[in-house]
Ligand binder design. Structure first.
Ligand code: HAM
Length: 426
């Protein structure tokens, strides 16, 4: 006997119940984005591999180790998108959304990274991403932080649940100077570095700062700090952001080790971290990437954005959202010859008249007992029973399944009126 085929490790199914809650959560997120005047875009799940190499960076973990990259039958090198910023910039340049314009965009969908799966880290995950173009000032950084904080608020997450960490990475010239000083310093301590650090020394010395090896950490402790090389403008930008956050009473923690794993960032970077999610606590991450549009071939355009990990956010709110699952309004029970066509017609009439009233039809016949059992199992508020005697008299029986209320018999017209006027009480 052949064994059942399983999903790919790190890629998960969502059952109907959690999926409904996920939709409710996503609906709230989209509501906030609309309030702030952001517009949705959709881009392909597959892009040219080159796009991610050129934007995220050749020597990042994502590009070196985690991409689902492949050669297609036409000989093109493609990749499943590991993140959405590169695709948004590509789409913006290609479609002329960026030139001389200001944009506030968002997207939501699946992303793919071949990471080691663990709680909160998957190989297919979902992000809500926000990208803005044409705003150079720290006010946009503040808006992005405010927007993300509004999302926590509408989801009912208490403010102390998520910590805002911010940092500045400065501009390319300062980073280049810091980088060469860092390489110089690490070279001076070459014999104390491990193989991994030695191999990263020239390609990506900043990553050595994240080393878990205690001996390397000891060396890193006294390494030159980027903060000491920042130019006046980048420092002023950061100071202005901090004052805006303070004026808005948004608590933040400046974390000088916050460097992010993607190469395109400059100046402000930020993360919202939950301490109740274990090792994978970053729910939302982003920052400025003022150089990326030019790097991908178009005229320089300031840009900033962030992305929220949908699975991580959902695991924070799922429990207290349980009572927000949408409830089915009615289950339509149809008994006897000829009742099915009448039931379908009634269900359609109700759906047309009252779009928020949800009706599930009994399909496949069955006795009153078995149909009522299905009605109970459906979780509907009422069963609408259309039997032969009701059909003859143009009536429908309304049986309340969740409330202790006597059943009613109404004419079809009365029923539709009550449903449209919301006076059925369900
Ligand atoms: P990122 O930090 O790579 O940034 O990902 C953003 C968020 O996506 C993370 O904080 C996390 O919540 C979620 N996430 C990432 N990888 C996984 C995974 N394997 N499993 C579950 N969740 C995950 C970006 O992707 C940037 N594009 C964000 C951005 C937009 N920066 C500017 N604009």
């Amino acid at each position: 006997m052949s064994s059942n085929i399983q999903s790919i490790r790190g890629m998960h199914d969502f059952a109907p119940g959690p999926t409904e809650l996920l939709r409710v959560m996503e609906g709230k997120l989209i509501g906030v984005l609309k309030q702030y005047g952001y517009q949705e875009i959709r881009t392909p799940v597959v892009e040219k591999l080159e796009l991610f190499k050129r934007s995220i960076g050749e020597v990042t973990d994502i590009v070196e180790k985690e991409m689902y990259a492949f050669e297609d039958r036409g000989g093109d090198y493609l990749a499943l998108r590991p993140e959405g910023t590169a695709s948004t910039v590509r789409a913006g340049i290609q479609n002329g959304w960026l030139h001389n314009q200001q944009q506030r965009l968002w997207y939501m969908g699946p992303f793919f990274r071949r990471e080691r799966p663990q709680k909160g880290r998957y190989r297919q995950f979902h992000q809500l991403g926000v990208e803005t173009f044409g705003h150079a000032g720290p006010d946009m950084d503040a808006e992005l932080i405010l927007l993300s904080r509004s999302i926590w608020r509408v989801l009912g997450l208490p403010p102390e649940h998520l910590e805002l960490q911010i940092n500045t990475l400065g501009d390319p010239a300062a980073r280049a100077e810091h980088r060469s000083k860092l390489i110089e310093y690490l070279n001076d301590h070459h014999d104390r570095l491990d193989d991994d650090a030695k191999s990263r020394l020239e390609s990506n010395p900043l990553r050595i700062l994240d080393s878990k090896n205690p001996e390397v950490q000891a060396v890193v402790k006294s390494a030159p700090l980027l903060m000491d090389y920042l130019d006046e403008e980048a420092l002023q930008h950061f100071e202005a952001l901090k004052s805006q956050l303070t004026a808005l009473s948004i608590p933040f923690h400046v974390n000088p080790t916050l460097v992010r794993g993607l190469d395109y960032y400059n100046r402000t970077v930020f993360e919202w971290v939950s301490h109740s999610l274990g090792a994978q606590g970053t729910v939302c991450a982003g920052g400025r990437y003022d150089g990326l549009v030019e790097q991908l071939g178009a005229r320089a355009t300031p840009a900033a954005g962030f992305a929220i990990g949908i699975e991580r956010l959902f695991s924070l709110v799922e429990e207290h959202m349980a009572d927000q699952a949408p409830k089915l309004s009615a289950y339509l029970v149809a008994l006897g010859e000829g009742s099915s066509a009448a039931a379908f017609a009634l269900a359609e009439r109700i759906r047309e008249q009252q779009p928020t009233f949800t009706v599930q039809m009994n399909c496949g016949g069955g006795s009153i007992k078995s149909q009522m059992k299905r009605a109970d199992r459906s979780g509907a508020q009422v069963a609408l029973i259309l039997g032969e005697s009701e059909l003859e008299r143009g009536l429908v029986t309304v049986k309340f399944l969740q409330q202790d209320q006597p059943q009613q018999q109404l004419s079809l017209d009365q029923l539709v009126i009550q449903i449209t006027e919301n006076s059925l009480g369900v």
